[in-house]
Ligand binder design. Sequence first.
Ligand code: CA
Length: 589
Amino acid sequence: MRCDSRRIINTKNKPPSSCGLARVHLAFQLSLLTLCFAGRAATYYVSPSGQDTNSGSSAAAPWRTINRVNSQILSAGAQVLFQGGATFSGTVFLGSPEGGAATNPIVFSSYGSQRATINGGNTNAFYAYNCAGVVISNLNFIGSGRTTNLNSGIEFYNDGGGVARMLEFVRISDVDVSGFGFVGIVIGGWSGTNAYRDVRLTYADLGQVNQGVIERCLAWTNGWIGDASVGIWTYDSTGVTIQFCESHHNRTAGTHDGGGFDLDGGVTKSVMQYNYSHDNDGAGYGIYEYVGAPPWSNNIVRFNISQNDGRKNSYSGVQFWNGASGIHDLEIYNNTIFISPATNGTAQAVYFQTTVSNIHLRNNLFVTTGGTRLVDAANSQPGVLFQANDYWSSGGAFSIKWSTKTYATLAAWRTGSSQEQIGTTNTGLSVDPMLVAAGGGGTAGDADLLGSLGAYQLQPYSPLREAGLNLAALFGLNTGSRDYYGNAVPNGLAQDVGAHDAVLTVALTEPGVDAGYFSANYLRNSPTRADLYYAAELSTDFSSWCTNCAMPVQTNNLGDGTELVRVRDAAQAIGSARKFLRLKVIKVP
Ligand SMILES: [Ca+2]
C-alpha cells in the first residue's frame, strides 16, 4: 500500500490520517484473520443500547460502536444494520480483503422504521479502500459542516495496493449526505486500471456538500441478461458529476436501454462531462424521466464523446424521453456524436422521443454515416434550441426529421423549424469537421487513456476550429475549465464545435521584400471564412507594434480548399531599417 501515491481526486484536502486509518485497520484485520471463519456471511446489528462484547448477531444482542464494526472482517454477503433513528459517531471503514460481489454484496443499512445516521465528524463517514461489492442504503451521513469537515461523506477509493485491479459493483441508494466540505459521495481510483465498474448512485440527496462524483469508472458488457440496464447512471439525485468514465458494449436483452450513461428520473443540478461512450445497445447519453419520477431539471451534458451507440432498438447518441413531469433546463454543449447505421433498429445522432422544454444544444458536432439521421424529433419541440452545431452526414444523405417533416439540408430545416438562428443571424454548419479518425475511437480500457482518444480531435485545418459560440459571453454559461482533452476553454480565439477545443493554424510561407515593400504570405489550409479576418501589425523593434499602420491584408481563396493571406508593408523600406510583421487572426464576435 502506497499511501503517498493516492489521490488525484482530492489531494488538496485529504489528510494522511485516513491512510493511517487504512494501515491500522488492515493490520488489525490481518491479526484477526486466523481467528475468523472467512466466507461465512452474517448479519450484524448495531445499537446505542448494545455492547461491543455482544455477538452482534441479533437485534437483542447488538454491538454498540462503529469501532466494533470496523474490527470485524466482513465477508461477502454480510449485512451491517444500524438502529434506525440513532446516531453513530466515527468512520465506517471497509478495507481489502473485505468485499462482496454483485450476487453477494456486503450491505450497510438501517433496521427498524427509521434511518440511522453515521456522523463522520471532521472526517469521512464511510470509507472503502480497495474494495467493492458493496451496497449502502437507507442511511444518513453527516459531517461537522462544509467549513470544518474537509473530507467526503462516502468515499470509495481504489489504488490497487500497487496492483492493477478493477473493482466491481457499488450501489448507493436512499442516502442523505450532508455537512462535508469536499464531496458528498465520491467513487474513484488512482488510475484507470485501478477503477470501478458497475457503479450506480440512486436516490442520493446531497446537501451542504460540493457534489457527488462518479469518476474514472469503466463500465462495459453489463446488461446481457436483463432489460433496461445502463453502464453508469444516476436517478433521483442532486449535485452529481459523472466524469472521466468510459462506458461501452453494454447490452439489453429486451427492448429498453442498454446505454452508456444516463441522467435519469428526478436528477437535478448534475453534470455529465469528459466521458466516452461507445458501442452500446442503448443511448450514449440518456436524458430520461421515468413514470412517477420527481422533476428533472438544471443539468449539464458537455465535452463528451459518443461513437456508435444506439446499436439496438432505435436508440441514439443523445436521447430524450419524458414519462413524468417533464425534462427542463438542460445545457448540452461541445459534445461529439458519431453514429453509423445500426443493424437492429434505426439509429440517429439525436432523438427526442417526447416533448422537452428549455433545452439548449450548442457547439455540438453530429456526424453520421450511411444516411443515418442526424436529428429525429417527435413533435415540433418549441422548448428546444439548436445553435452553432455542425451536422455532417459524411457523404450520405442529410436527414433531419422534425415533427412530421423531413429535411434534406440545414438551410431547409432552419427555415422549417426556426432552429439554428440567433435572432435573425443564421448559425450552424454542415461541413466536414475533419476529424482525425471518425469512427476509429476503439476502446480505451483505462480511464487514464481517455484523453488520448485522438480520433475525435480536429485536424489542424478543420473548419470547426474557432467556429463555436462563446457560451459564457452570449448566454452566461460557466463552461468549466477544460475541453474533453484538457485544453482550456476557450482555447485560442474562440470555442470550437465538438468536444475538442483547438487553435487556428496559419502557416507563414513566404516572407520577403517585394519591390522594396516588406511582405509576407500565410497559408491556411481551409477555405475562406466570413467569420475570420486578419490584422497585420508592424514593428521596428519587436517590442512596440503599430496596430494601425494601414497595411493591406489580402485574402485569396485558392479554390482548392486553401486560403492565402498576403500582407504588405504600407511604406517602402528605407535603407537597412529593420521591420517586423505579424498577423493576427480575429474572429467576428
Ligand atoms: Ca478554439
